[in-house]
Design a protein. Sequence first.
Length: 108
Amino acid sequence: MKDARTAVTKLHGATKFKGKSSGALWARQLGGEGALLKRWKLIVRNLSFQVTEAQLRAAFTEAAFVWDVLLPKGADDKPKGFAFLTFTCRADAEHAITKVNGTEVRVM
């Protein structure tokens, strides 16, 4: 299972495979915890309305592998001040909480 998680971490979202350019790859572990993506979802609140998905991903990637970031927007197409981050395993989600909880996400 550890090897599968390592492969997903390296391949998911990559734009090159075997030296050739491609669209973003979608890699997922089919068994074990990696098959339960919706189970390892965190809600992040009190975000700046200027924060982007890329900034959130960067902040949390330092702590753990982030599978997906969803930044809900209102009818005016502006962020609502919260986000959902999905991880591939419980350990990554817990590590992200421990490392990032209470910190400030840098908005450039």
